[in-house]
Structures are given as structure tokens and as C-alpha cells.
Design a protein around this ligand. Sequence first.
Ligand SMILES: *Cc1c(COP(=O)(O)O)cnc(C)c1O
Length: 436
Amino acid sequence: MSVIQRDRASLWHPYAPASGTLPLWEVEDADGVTLRLRDETGQRHEVLDAMSSWWSVIHGYRNPVLDAAAKRQLATFSHVMFGGLTHEPAVELAERLVAMAPSAADRPRLERVFLADSGSVSVEVALKLAVQFQTASGFPKRQRFLSIRGGYHGDTFAAMGVCDPVDGMHSAFPGLLGANVFAARPPAAGAPPEEIAEWQAHTEALAQEHANELAAIIVEPVLQGAGGMFVYAAACLRILRDIADRHGILLVLDEIATGFGRTGELFAAQHAGVVPDIMCVGKALTGGYLTLAAMLCTGEVAARVSSGGAGALLHGPTFMGNPLACSVANASLGILDGGGWRSDVARIGSGLAAGLEAANAFDAVKDVRTIGAVGVIELNTEVDVAAVTSAAVGHGVWVRPFRTLVYAMPPYISTAEEIRRIAEGMVAAVAEVHGP
Ligand SMILES: *Cc1c(COP(=O)(O)O)cnc(C)c1O
């Protein structure tokens, strides 16, 4: 039996039925921006990975710097528990994250770091922290969260509860998700001031109405990722900062998709000059090598929770602070420190904008947009995922469309020529399946 046949007999895939009917490719090898695949018939394909393996592999596959960091740590120790023990890789990572986090002269710094094993878990920890903060501050009834429509924050229960209530998975688990409060999706980037003022009035009224039961506001800053690759007006983030301050509610920014340069700033919050009280990072943190996420908070929030009734932040994963993952993360952040990401992201952004523009003329296409190193083709109808994925593989590009969206978030190391081929392949696949 082939690997794909054996897979079909025993594995689950993301958001999929047990015996998948969607096409599946086996990865035999990966290097730089290239994946080498085998399809179900055994035929080989070489494709450019436009997905960065779900937005994480920013420095490419088999990156020599990241490989060396992993090997160095492997030769020292791969894992130790984090209860009562510590190690250089975790300490260095915390220091690096604190040093690079968004900051402003008039705001408390994000200076305390909790290491988690995935993005969803870091969101769980952020939400727990916010509730514990409110309880420690004398507001034990503040146990709900304000979010915005169209958001995505992960698949665990508390995280699901702050995802978009319609497009998320709320309807499948009606009795189990928190009764949270949702403001309308903010106006798109470039919206006129009146539209933003209208959204502001609506959101302020909603926060006012629920102020006594809200622990925190949680949003993805500026770019909503898995909720629809939607770019909203940065001014809305400043409005949320202001609402949170006025009511003593914490502002949690989920930078798991947007962090580490993807939108053109190191963190998307910096498009708005906003500093949150709590920030979550993940995905690209280890350059896509290992699963790791982090929650950062201000010293004040950390101190309040630590002196509260519980006397501790109530979370502690088995693999917290995994040394292998921390070492690779340090190597990845070291590459970002070099600063080359800024011109890489600009090159990819302009390449995608130029290359995807052709799709704007298609009847099936509603919108083409880019932000940072993200390029999106939005269709008028649901994408035929199987057909578009297969067509793109035929054109030498790996994409994983969802809902009405065919998008690219390529590795930062992608050359202008690779970006040209990615955009060309995406446009050709959309034309082939949904008509030019
Ligand atoms: C992917 C993602 C998550 C969840 O991260 P996992 O590592 O998949 O648990 C949370 N928030 C945002 C914005 C994401 O893009």
C-alpha cells in the first residue's frame, strides 16, 4: 500500500471526515520554498509552497541556521520539564520576545512571557489570565469577552468561543461555548471616516452595556486571517484600545497569524501604534519547525494575578518551554533581527499585487487584495478546493484555499521570480476551475 492509502485507513486530517475524499499528496522532501510531492497515482510534482505550511515556514525548509540550532540543542538535551527547572533557550526566547514586542512611551511594557505549545493554548492562557486579573482586581463577575465578527482564535473551547459565532464552530457545540459579546466586523482598510465613526458608536455602546461582565477584548490586529483574510481600518484598533482603557477591560491582541513581519510591520498592532495588555504569538515563532506559542503580558497584569487569591496563573503544559522549540525560535528571531524581512515582505507584496491583478478581470472574482506578504483572490462563490488545489499543483504551486478565498503567504526567502510563478499559478488555477 502507498503512504496515501495507509493514511486514508488510519488518520484524521484537519477539518475533515475520517475517510477523506479530498485529494492528498505525500511530501517526500522539502527545501527552500519547494515541496516535492507524490500524488495518489505515484506521479511526482515539484511545487512552490505559497502557504508557508500554514503561515509558519517564513525562512524556508531546511534553513541552515534553523537546522544548526536544532542539531545543537539535540546534542545537549531535547526536553526537560519546566516546573522547577529552567534553561538558556527559554530565557533567551523570553528576553527576545520582550525586546521586540510593540511598545510605547506611555504604555506599560509587555515584559512577562508564558510559553505554550500551540496558538490555541496561548489564547486559552490569555483568556484565563484576563479573568484571573479581573477577579484579583475585585471584579469576579467579569468572565466574558468582547470580540469582533469574522475573527479566528483557535480550535480549543475557549478560543472557539471568541471565533466568529456564525462562521466558527459555535453551532456544533451550543452548550459548551462561552456567552461572549460580538461587535460588527470593523470597516475595511480605506473605509470613509463616517463608516468608522458608525462602527465606533456601535462598539462603544456594546462595551458600555456589558462593561461589568467583560474581562477582555480579543481581536486579531488589522488582518483577520482564517476568518476571511480581511484587512480592516487600523483606526479601529485604536478605538478598541480606548474602549478597553475606559472600562478597565484588558486588550488581548492575537498576533499568531500576523506576528513576525507578515503584514509589513513586525507586529500588526504597530500599523495602529497600539500596545495591548496581552499578546499571543505562534505560527512563525519557530520558523515553522516545531510547535510553540507564547503569551506576553504587562508587568502590572502579571503582578496583579500573582498577588490574587489563586496566587498563580492557572496553567502549565507538560511540554512548556520545550528546549528544542525554544532554540529554533531563537534562531528564527535572530534572522528577523537582521532586518532583511522588511525588504523581503515588500518584494513579495509588490510581486503578489502585480501578479494577482490579472484575476481582477475574471467574472468569478470579487476582489483581489494584498497586505504585507499576503495576497488574496476572493471569489463570488465557494472555491472548489479539490479542483483548485489540483490545478495549482499542475502549475507548480501549493495552495490551500478555504471558503471563497485562494490566497498566498509565501516564505520570506521567496525570490521575485518564485513569487511571479506563485501568482501566475494561482491565477491560472482559478481561471481553469472557476472561469476567466
Ligand atoms: C492559527 C491561529 C490560531 C491557532 O493556533 P494553533 O497553533 O493552530 O492552535 C489562533 N489565532 C490565530 C489568529 C491563528 O491564525
